[in-house]
Design a protein around this ligand. Structure first.
Ligand code: URA
Length: 423
């Protein structure tokens, strides 16, 4: 692909000076024929340069972020950003609203009364300089070329193109002025990438392009079959996150925060090895310093100081949780072998926890609390999950939820989520 032509095309897309039909034809051609790794780097670079780029004069090697391809109960960013800030790193995180089977990080944060995710690049820089982290919604100031291309990928059926996904994700992350980036590429039945092969292919492409733009980058391929942690749904995931930030919460969630956080601490040379990085993340989660950063982030992003204080002390006193609840009951005794995350997510999505179109309004208090986890013993008749809803679920949905757990006679080893690392 001619580099100058590609630059001009992306500049025209960013300025909205290109015919929609031309952009659609271009997307379809890239989707059908692919583009070379070098062209993917050029495309990403042009998309990054199509808008504002954050700059960090002091200690640029401390600027980090992570991106996840998304999973059920994937709330890591809410804890990771403040935990890393508590370790001395700078995290200018851009995140999205969900358009798949779950809400996105921004939807989760917007369940906190007053939380403002609409920050300008300058506001992001100011908050990060002051407290070490912020989480803002992607907007047209950053990589505006992606804004248009992403919006029409849906209608052109070009969502699943590896170079287009790579350029879309990495251009926005690169515009944050990052030194290091960890990617969590999820793989399995409840992930965008269903197989390990496809997840590794996407991971390699993103790592190569980020590295080509001078960012230290690692991808962690993690299993996305069973739900992550104990809470699923927008305000419910904030509740679990606050518990983790208080040093409590489900170990499954904590392990992923530690996995991603320790990699970034090592890549930024804050620690000399992964063990030291893990210990550091554990410490800031257990000693209250990550929670303090989370509280500061809420206040700097518009939450009233008293509400932020109450949120961090007793999240249920601030966050919405539906009064309508059904207990889902085990049909027989044994050990929990698996829970079908995708079935849970699709039902919650129909009840407002996720979107079908970008205009859909999220209902923050819809979701689940999982009471029995993989490998745990369960008796027939016992509740293994609570479903919080706003509109009475259909009998068929309750049946589907009851059938989404597999209980076996044999105890199942609790599998590590990490499959492999791509660097
Ligand atoms: N998120 C993005 O921002 N872009 C993609 O292409 C996929 C997920």
């Amino acid at each position: 692909m001619d580099k100058i032509l590609l630059s001009r095309f992306i500049a025209a897309v960013a300025a909205r000076e290109v015919e929609l039909s031309a952009a659609e034809s271009w997307l379809k051609a890239v989707h059908m024929y692919g583009i070379s790794p070098q062209d993917t780097i050029t495309l990403t670079n042009e998309m990054m340069n199509s808008g504002s780029i954050l700059t960090w004069e002091e200690q640029p090697h401390l600027v980090v972020d992570k991106h996840s391809t998304g999973g059920v109960g994937d709330k890591m960013s809410l804890m990771l950003a403040p935990a890393l800030a508590a370790c001395g790193l700078k995290v200018p995180m851009l995140a999205g609203r969900g358009l798949g089977h779950t809400g996105g990080t921004i939807d989760k944060l917007e369940s906190i009364p007053g939380f403002n995710c609409n920050l300008t690049p300058q506001q992001m820089q100011d908050i990060v300089q002051k407290i070490g982290c912020c989480i803002a919604a992607q907007n047209d100031a950053i990589a505006p070329a992606d804004g248009l291309l992403y919006a029409i990928r849906d209608v052109t059926q070009t969502i699943d193109s590896i170079p287009l996904i790579t350029a879309s994700i990495i251009s926005k992350k690169a515009a944050e002025g990052l030194h290091s980036l960890v990617l969590d590429v999820k793989c399995g039945t409840a992930a965008f990438m269903k197989t390990e092969h496809d997840a590794i292919e996407l991971a390699k492409s993103m790592v190569d392009v980020a590295s080509g733009l001078g960012i230290k980058c690692q991808a962690q391929i993690t299993l996305m079959e069973n739900p992550i942690g104990s809470h699923i749904g927008n305000s419910l995931e904030v509740i679990e996150s606050v518990e983790i930030l208080k040093g409590n919460g489900h170990p499954d969630t904590k392990k992923l925060v530690v996995l991603q956080g320790s990699a970034l601490l090592l890549m930024s040379n804050i620690v000399q090895n992964l063990n030291a990085g893990e210990a550091m993340i554990e410490r800031v989660l257990n000693d209250g310093s990550a929670l303090k950063k989370f509280c500061e982030m809420c206040v700097h992003q518009g939450v009233d100081a008293e509400i932020a204080r109450r949120l961090c002390k007793d999240p249920l006193s601030v966050l919405p949780l539906s009064n309508n609840k059904i207990e889902i009951i085990a049909q027989h005794s044994g050990y929990v072998h698996s829970i079908d995350s995708m079935a849970l997510a699709e039902i919650a999505r129909r009840h407002g926890a996720g979107r079908f179109s970008i205009e859909d309004i999220i209902i923050p208090d819809v979701g689940y609390i999982i009471k029995k986890h993989i490998g745990e013993k369960i008796e027939g008749g016992q509740c293994w999950m609570e479903f919080y809803f706003s509109q009475q679920p259909k009998d068929s949905e309750i049946k589907q939820l009851s059938q989404s757990i597999t209980i076996s006679k044999l105890i199942r080893d609790n599998q590590s989520r990490l499959i492999t690392v791509v660097e």
